[in-house]
Ligand binder design. Structure first.
Ligand code: DX5
Ligand code: ZN
Length: 224
């Protein structure tokens, strides 16, 4: 599979949201990454259903919804109805993760679990066969534009080896501080889906940056 690019709408210009959504539509991007923050699970508040529904009205690609909220179980049906194709919940926010994943699938949506930088991938051993994707956070969640945490590479390699045994179709997504500089190394480690906010929306040509990210290959990385 060729890797996927999911621009993070958090870095878009909210006063020109339709324009930025259309930019992603006409670009080579694969998904829209939609960050929902509640000010409790993470120290920031992003946006809620009205904004997500406005994105959905114009988006021509799947919405990859990253819930950085406590009690995500309360809102799964509502996010499915608002147009999510993938719902990501945080391992750290779910006491009954198995039940939460079942609820996401029952809503007809793909299920993903996100891990904060300090959470070991091994904690997913028993839930891995149920998942469509794992999101490995490469910054502490809450804000765009932070610096990539290098230990993420080790986590992705370990997760890839775990998935090969029980769920070879599992997608591995990486989110936070992703750029053309660290992408070859992340690809070589086993990442499939690349979320990028600042690297895309801070570029002089966001569409050009997305095209550049699509063209990157693991072979341009050498660890010798
Ligand atoms: C951070 C969010 C990210 C963020 C990524 O908590 O989950 O999706 O928007 O932004 P960059 O690519 O700027 O780190
Ligand atoms: Zn995110």
């Amino acid at each position: 599979m060729t890797h996927l690019i999911a621009p993070s709408v958090l870095s878009a210009d909210f006063a020109n949201l339709q324009r930025d959504v259309e930019m992603i539509n006409s670009s080579e991007a694969d998904w829209f990454h939609v960050d929902i923050m509640d000010g409790v699970f993470v120290p920031n508040i992003s946006f809620g259903f009205p904004v997500m529904e406005a994105i959905k009205r114009y988006a021509k690609k799947p919405l990859d919804v990253h819930l950085m909220i406590v009690n995500p179980d309360h809102y799964i049906e509502q996010f499915a109805a608002a147009g999510a194709s993938i719902i990501t919940v945080h391992y750290e926010a779910c006491v009954h993760l198995n039940r939460t994943i079942q609820a996401i699938h029952q809503a007809g949506v793909k299920a993903c679990v996100a891990l904060n930088p300090h959470t070991p991938v091994e904690l997913l051993t028993d839930i891995l066969p149920m998942l469509d994707m794992v999101l490995v956070m490469s910054v502490n969640p809450g804000f765009g534009g932070q610096q990539f945490i290098p230990n993420t590479l080790l986590k992705i390699r370990r997760l890839k080896a775990m998935a090969a045994l029980v769920n070879p179709d599992l997608l591995i997504e990486v989110d936070g501080g992703v750029s053309v500089t660290n992408m070859p190394e992340l690809l070589a480690a086993g990442a499939d889906v690349f979320v990028a906010g600042n690297a895309i929306f801070g570029a002089s040509s966001p569409e050009g940056m997305i095209a550049e990210m699509k063209r990157i290959s693991a072979s341009s990385f050498s660890n010798i």
